[in-house]
Design a protein around this ligand. Structure first.
Ligand code: KG4
Ligand code: ZN
Length: 326
């Protein structure tokens, strides 16, 4: 079964062809980063308009790279939410139009279900149940994934998502958007010489709180006339502390659930230092390759396959939802 996946929840216009939820035929992506750089972050209206201009071309390229036509596609999958409402509506309405014209079923996908499903593309042997930690720009949450698309929330951030904290720290350190990868690069040049708070919350809580650490970084940078060396040390100290917290919370989640199979997903999973730190855990660890950690159409097509198998199709009245619950 060949699924065309479409993702437009934020600043990437993406489409991909995936067979049976596991085999990637093509994946095409247009990143809007250059048009948002002058604003230091994603401007929703500019993002929406760019999706409108790009989506047709991106879908056509996904088809031609996969050497397929729309006739070969069995179903469509599209991100329904969460995300920026304007960008989501562009992808959703485009997919609805195609579904109606082609008389082919449409499945609506939760963006985080997509992030988790990126691991199905990378690891053919991976099947639920497992423990998942999603670390993206909008979410930092633990789930017990009992079956395909069946999520039981165990905890999550009470304030900033980890990607958001990386982006804010980048801004504090004077680094350009998108901040996460820039902080990682700068941290490589520094040492963990600043003492930052290790916020673990209640003893057995699987919640996170990253805003205190971020504020501590801000206070230090306001107080100090910082040299390049100190900025690198601050980036390193921040990154080391948040990953230490993530590692220790994962150990707690494994202890509480008795599960050793761990899936990490979302943009922050592309951080190489995170991979090193998590390899210290006594776990069967799955982290997708860098190319599918951040938003893409393939992960939506992969999740779409399993939703299709459940017979859960989207009606044409379906609306996008900026805060769609998982
Ligand atoms: O999953 P994603 O592409 O989009 C959302 O669904 O939010 O995640 C984007 C987030 C951004 O906050 C970005 O700064 C962060 O992931 N990110 C990173 C790295 N690459 C992306 N954070 C830390 N280190 C990285 N290498
Ligand atoms: Zn994402």
């Amino acid at each position: 079964m060949l699924i065309l996946g479409i993702e437009t929840s934020c600043d990437e216009t993406a489409a991909a062809l995936v067979e049976d939820g596991r085999i990637l035929h093509s994946s095409v992506l247009h990143s809007q980063i250059p048009i948002h750089i002058p604003f230091g972050g994603v401007v929703p209206e500019i993002a929406s308009r760019s999706h409108v201009e790009r989506i047709e071309g991106i879908v056509k390229r996904a088809l031609s790279q996969g050497k397929k036509t729309l006739d070969d596609v069995d179903a469509l999958a599209v991100t329904q939410g969460p995300g920026l409402i304007g960008p989501l509506l562009v992808g959703l309405n485009y997919a609805k139009g195609l579904s109606y014209a082609l008389k082919k079923p449409l499945v609506a996908i939760h963006h985080l279900d997509g992030h988790v499903a990126s691991n199905y593309l990378a690891f053919p042997e991976l099947e639920p149940p497992f423990l998942a930690l999603i670390l993206s720009g909008g979410h930092s949450h633990f789930y017990e994934v009992e079956d395909y698309g069946v999520y039981r929330a165990l905890g999550g951030t009470r304030d900033d998502a980890l990607g958001e904290a990386f982006d804010k720290v980048a801004r504090i350190l004077g680094l350009p958007y998108p901040g996460g990868p820039q902080v990682e690069l700068l941290a490589r040049k520094g040492e963990k010489s600043f003492k930052l708070p290790k916020t673990m919350l209640e003893k057995d809580s699987l919640d996170f709180s990253f805003s205190g650490i971020k504020s501590a970084v801000k206070n230090l940078s306001d107080k100090l006339e910082m040299s390049d060396r100190q900025r690198a040390d601050l980036a390193c100290s921040f990154q080391e502390m948040v990953f230490e917290i993530v590692r220790d919370k994962l150990a707690l989640a494994m202890e509480k659930t008795g599960r050793r199979k761990l899936v990490i997903a979302g943009g922050v999973a592309s951080n190489m230092r995170l991979r090193e730190v998590l390899s210290e855990l006594d776990a069967q660890l799955f982290i997708p390759p860098l190319s599918i950690c951040t938003d893409n159409g393939a992960m939506i097509a992969a999740a779409g396959y399993y939703k299709y198998l459940r017979g859960d199709f989207a009606p044409l009245e379906l609306n996008a939802q900026a805060n769609l619950p998982l």
